[in-house]
Design a binder for this molecule. Sequence first.
Ligand code: FE2
Length: 385
Amino acid sequence: MPHYFSLGQIPHKRHTVFRKPDGSLYAEQLVSTEGFSDTSSLVYHCYPPTMVDKIDEPYSVSPVIAEEKNMQHRLFRGFEIKPADDYLESRIPVLVNNDVHISLAAPGKSMSGYFFKNSGATEMIFIHHGEGLLRTMYGNISFGYGDHLVIPRGVIYQVEFTSDDNRLFILESFHSLRFPRRYVNRAGQLLEHAPYCERDIRKPGVLETHDEHGDFLVKIKRDDRIWPYHYVTHPFDLIGWDGYHYPYAFSIHDFEPITGRIHQPPPVHQTFETPAFVVCAFVPRLFDYHPQSIPVPYNHSNVDSDEVLYYVDGDFMSRNNIEKGFITLHPTGIPHGPHPGAVERSLGAKETKELAIMVDTFRPLKLTRQALAIEDPGYYKSWIQ
Ligand SMILES: [Fe+2]
């Protein structure tokens, strides 16, 4: 969870008179989470954020579930997801449950003509290919290859790409996404043994204040529906804000790997936690340095979680025939491990260049129709020697 931050102008005291140069009042808004019990921000608008002119017919974006119950190792070729020009239309859910939706996207164009707000989920957008600017009501953040963009629920945003070959791996989390508790002290500061620190968390930079009237379409997502809201003032009309609730970027290239003499377990790679799933980053690192160490992981059973790996770059030492953009799913209770030849191949290796994101969900994942369309159906047999 990020720390206290302030951008733009705010009054000295909260909930007090704060006037514009013309003498009229700015409009204060508290954006709070878990009722009033968790992180919040106080934001100051040029105009009240409540001026809705029209709501168009909502439409469904529900994932189409093809397999409700899965008990088989699966492999999906993520780059075979079809590109789409529009950002929202490009987002294709592949693995879902009630805690998280995992989607892939290949948007061809920047968002234009509308803004987006996810009112049901905090988003983590991993940038596999592409670069540009994340515009938000809290200010802008530039992004590029390897960034995790964390956008808390309720933040209005637009994505502006300066590239057209964009590939995104997206989590919609129905729980707050936090830094692992063991890495945070009582004051909320990241501890010395954490694999990243506050300097790696990139907060909104430039705050653009759009003091504008017009017809502003904000597509609001909740419960697998999009509600097209029309506001009469620009959603990015903040003159300033402060608090703990805001979007940020964290690059996988800033994750400092924790290594050891013998194989380190997956939690050393952890980036985020929720009550229902964890996220990890596997990054280039020196391998284990015990003279008899086996660098690749042992066979293991995730008896409590479904394990999703999204392969970003580099050789994945423990797996054969893995390409960029592939997703593997290893469900609860079925052992998996190094592919044939991987253990011998790893002996004596000094380093790995692998780059991957892992998501372990504590409840089973369902497969969507679009996931089955990009599946390699023989994967579960790939361990036969
Ligand atoms: Fe695993």
